[in-house]
Design a protein around this ligand. Structure first.
Ligand code: ASP
Length: 438
């Protein structure tokens, strides 16, 4: 079984973590491609190399020396190398870099050295061929990754060397310049590699045993999700669950490659398996919620107008919202009313213009805005076509004194989303978790 394994910053933060990575890579013959982030934090008060490199570049921009920061970074690499008895000439790399640390050096090239050097050390440690991302992750003139060229370059390197390491997070523009992805972009590099070689599994190794069923800052020790479909993952991620870089999903979802999120510090845990079609086994627990997520600070704009032409009025109102770039999350409809749920902050003061335009155009009997709303989503493929689920959820929230301001169910019945007061946000998540997920 061919696997691409991507290790995040905390998995490669120091020599001890390198040892864990090696044990994992050696445990399965099929792990032939590895992608690494730059060394991350070793403890709470430590710094990610990527952050230090960005900081260094900011110093350069303002004409302040970043020699101290560069020295800290150099030491981190030397420490890892020496502790593992490796030979890679880190000093020579920094000797080459130092004279170039001036305003002419682009931020992308400088920051990419975090992944590059972490990758150099890891490749030597594992005995894998180092393949520079600048040679295989190829951006087009439009700044997007050219998938076709990238896939064929990765495939060629893999076929030539058999076991390869690609540093994450960067690639090359057509003119030869290095280009970074957005933060967390090594997830994308890993996904590209998995798609390029048509891997069976894309493993994403991090420091938690999979995606958690709810935010651990709100729910005490939530269980990890064992299996989740790509569609459920999308709902959870959209509603605020922090998972992978969003652009890393499509390249593996499309060809049907399974994505497995694992914990480098607990390789015995199976982690979360994300697949397209889940075969349910009957003896699985009777949980019908896969995960719970939510976001705060929405507004509900409500229009009431007796005897109105609902669809005509709604169309005009939507046009107004569109004009002010308001993203409508939900619409609720009644006979003589409709309401929109939209994020408060991006609207800013244009809410006053929206209200004025609505007043003028749809001439409502009543027009109200209610701010301070949170949306909480219960997501679960097993909710589909099962009667009584929403009733149970609403009852649990009601029994616990959570007042529901809006209700929405995805047309695919994959999620039920309730709007509650911001003050009830955490309580709603806890009630749903404790009642139906935990
Ligand atoms: N090192 C980069 C970051 O911290 C990229 C990554 O880790 O994926 O964002």
């Amino acid at each position: 079984m061919l696997k691409v394994a991507k290790f995040g910053g905390s998995s490669v933060a120091g020599a001890d973590q390198f040892k864990k990575v090696k044990a994992i890579m050696e445990a399965e013959e099929g792990r032939k491609i590895i992608v690494v982030s730059a060394a991350g934090k070793r403890s709470g008060d430590d710094h990610k190399l990527t952050d230090l490199l960005y900081l260094c570049h900011a110093h350069i921009t303002y004409g302040v020396s970043c020699a101290d920061i560069i020295e800290t970074i150099r030491k981190r690499f030397v420490e890892i190398r020496d502790e593992l008895g490796l030979e890679y000439n880190i000093e020579a790399e920094f000797d080459k870099l130092m004279p170039r640390l001036n305003k002419s050096m682009g931020v992308d090239e400088l920051v990419s050295r975090g992944e590059y050097l972490t990758g150099r050390l890891m490749a030597e440690y594992l005995g894998y061929e180092f393949v520079d991302a600048a040679d295989v992750i190829l951006f087009g003139f439009d700044g997007h990754i050219d998938r076709e060229k990238t896939y064929s370059a990765i495939k060629e390197a893999y076929e030539k060397h058999g076991r390869i390491l690609i540093p994450g997070f960067y690639g090359k523009l057509p003119g030869g310049k290095i280009k970074l992805m957005s933060r967390g972009g090594s997830d994308i590099t890993g996904a590209m590699a998995a798609a390029a070689v048509q891997a069976d599994v894309y493993e994403n190794w991090t420091d938690v045993s999979g995606i958690l069923m709810a935010d651990p800052r709100i729910v005490d020790q939530p269980s990890p999700i064992e299996k989740i479909s790509y569609a459920e993952l999308r709902e959870l991620a959209y509603m605020g669950a922090s998972v992978l870089h969003e652009e890393s999903i499509l390249p593996v979802k499309e060809p049907g490659i399974a994505l497995n999120i694992r914990n480098t510090n607990r390789p015995q845990d199976p982690g979360t398996m994300i697949v397209d079609n889940i075969q349910e086994d009957d003896d699985e627990q009777e949980r019908f919620i896969t995960g719970i997520a939510g976001r705060q600070n929405y507004s509900i704009i409500t229009v009431i107008k007796r005897n109105m032409d609902l669809s005509g009025s709604l169309r005009k109102a939507l046009e107004i919202l569109d004009r002010y770039h308001a993203v409508v999350e939900h619409i609720t409809l009644g006979l003589d009313t409709y309401a929109f749920v939209t994020a408060t902050e991006p609207l800013g003061d244009s809410i006053y213009d929206i209200l004025a335009d609505l007043q003028k155009t749809v001439r409502p009997d009543e027009l109200t805005v209610k701010e301070g709303i949170s949306l909480v989503a219960a997501v679960g493929r097993k909710m589909t076509s099962k009667p009584g689920i929403s009733g149970k959820l609403f009852k649990a929230l009601g029994d616990n004194g959570v007042n529901i301001r809006t209700i929405a169910q995805g047309a695919d019945e994959l999620s039920i989303i309730v709007g509650v007061e911001n003050a009830d946000f955490e309580k709603a998540i806890r009630v749903l978790y404790e009642g139906f997920a935990g």
